[in-house]
Design a protein around this ligand. Structure first.
Ligand code: SIN
Length: 489
């Protein structure tokens, strides 16, 4: 099926460097529809030379962008925000085609992405410093904030618009210039966002996007890691890659924001509103087909409500409609690729082989041609199963039964990760006890949807460091400078 949207000029397949679009003349890689593997577009497969050209452009553009007033940067971001909203439908269709997210959710992702741009447009004008009370007469002591410089943004495929916006908007607001590499599966949405950024008046060189295939990605990123002009790397993706970036950026001591893997617990206590907990899990777990880093990976239900919870969950999950992302009625689209399907399938098969019971979905036959996975509920999950230790990243809810609060908090924290956690309870004392005891960066209490541009997003432990969004989000892109002026009378 050809890629058809109302504004053809949003479909770009070359790089955007120094305010110019290149033609995909040299090597290219195919962007494929995850539903059927059909080719959507051939995109430039960038090499180290392209990566360096992007840094050259970002460095050259830095002095004037940094010197621009915060208000003028904010105005550019506000225009970009308006353009993202007015092109919502086209952008959503691009996401659905290349990523497989159902259209209704893709439209929501565009609003979410636009929210970050608007938020940081507003925050740009509020990067206040400090005036330190005089400790010595005749001395003024001030603290000012400055953009860190050239930022390299490396984004994942699961939210191709929102993750790019969440990194670019604060960087641009802070006066940084950017080199960005979108995920190999989903470059088209990012390239379309760059078209709109250009239209909004982002000056040449301030934003540069280079696309690369899986096999070339390391070449591009290595150039950025080794270039001392790149002062910060912001990355959303897997923990092993995050660790690699941390190691390899040490020689130039870059700042890092790493939003990495998770293994979120979702706990339902006996005192919970079970229907609300089922609603919360449906929203948190089955959004984007479970391909979300804050998606619950282990569901814990306390003994007394366990059976009721599992039964109600099974009914809801069994009714989910699976189908092409571009079909308005689909609720679960295809998974991103075969590798993802194989991992999800292996987790279900391993759990069933170890005694888990299939309440909904399951693996009936493995179709090597299809990237669809039946939304699945398993009960009788145990800690020896693969899905207890690894992020499944798919539409599988595995329910563990537990008895006591102490036991479930221990299990919830018994992972190297600490991104998100959710729990349902109506006991106020328990709510604060558990919220304090859970080791993670984000806690949903009686709530399954926790993401918002107004709140800090990020993890602890091996889920990474740094926070995106919220009033803290700009600090990750700014250095603090202390200015001490003496000799004043
Ligand atoms: C992610 O999966 O990395 C982001 C999800 C979100 O922002 O809610």
């Amino acid at each position: 099926m050809p890629l058809s949207i109302s504004r053809d000029d949003l479909i770009r397949t070359g790089n955007f460097i120094a305010g110019r679009w290149t033609e995909p003349t040299k090597e290219t890689f195919g962007v494929r529809d995850p539903a059927d593997g059909s080719l959507i577009a051939e995109v430039t497969d960038s090499d180290g030379g392209d990566a360096k050209a992007a840094v050259d452009a970002a460095s050259a553009a830095l002095p004037s962008w940094r010197a621009a007033t915060a208000r003028s940067r904010a105005q550019v971001l506000k225009r970009w925000h308006a353009l993202i909203l007015s092109n919502q439908e086209d952008l959503a269709r691009l996401i659905s085609r290349e990523q497989g997210k159902p259209l209704a959710e893709a439209r929501g992702e565009i609003l979410y992405a636009a929210g970050y741009v608007e938020w940081f447009a507003e925050e740009a004008t509020r990067t206040y410093g400090d005036v330190i009370p005089e400790t010595v007469r005749g001395r003024k002591m001030l603290v000012v904030k400055e953009g860190v410089g050239v930022v390299a943004a490396i984004t994942p495929w699961n939210f191709p618009a929102a993750m790019m916006a969440r990194k670019l908007a604060p960087a641009l607001a802070a006066g940084c210039t950017v080199v960005a590499k979108p995920a190999e599966d989903t470059p088209l949405t990012s390239l379309a966002l760059a078209v709109l950024a250009e239209e909004a008046g982002v000056p040449p060189g301030v934003l540069n996007i280079v696309a690369a295939s899986r096999s070339r990605a390391a070449e591009v990123v290595d150039v950025w890691l080794g270039d001392s002009r790149v002062r910060k790397i912001t990355f959303t993706g897997s923990t092993p890659v995050g660790k690699h970036l941390a190691r390899e950026s040490a020689s130039t001591l870059k700042r890092l924001s790493l939003e990495l893997g998770g293994n979120a617990p979702f706990i339902v206590f006996d005192d919970a509103d079970v229907d609300a907990a089922v609603d919360g899990l449906m929203a948190a777990k089955f959004r984007n087909g479970g391909q979300t880093c804050v998606s619950p990976n282990r569901v814990f239900a306390q003994r007394e409500i366990h059976d009721e919870f599992v039964r109600k969950l099974g009914v809801r999950v069994g009714a989910l409609k699976v189908g092409p992302a571009t079909d308005e009625s689909s609720q679960i689209g295809p998974m991103i690729n075969r590798q993802a399907v194989r991992k999800i399938t292996s987790h279900i098969q391993d759990a069933v082989a170890q005694g888990a019971k299939v309440i909904a979905g399951g693996v009936t036959e493995v179709d090597e041609e299809s990237n669809y996975v039946a939304p699945t509920v398993l009960s009788g999950a145990t800690s020896s199963m693969l899905l207890a230790a690894e992020e499944t990243f798919g539409p599988v809810a595995a329910v563990f039964r537990f008895d006591t609060e102490a036991e479930v908090v221990r299990s919830a924290n018994g992972t190297p990760y600490g991104l998100a956690a959710y729990f349902y309870s109506r006991d106020v004392s328990r709510i604060w006890r558990v919220a304090n005891a859970i080791e993670c960066g984000i806690v949903g209490v009686n709530e399954g949807l926790i993401s918002s541009e107004t709140a800090p997003f990020g993890g602890i432990k091996e889920s990474g460091y740094g926070r995106e969004g919220s009033r803290r989000g700009l600090d990750d892109y700014m250095d603090v400078k202390y200015v001490c002026q003496g000799g004043l009378s």
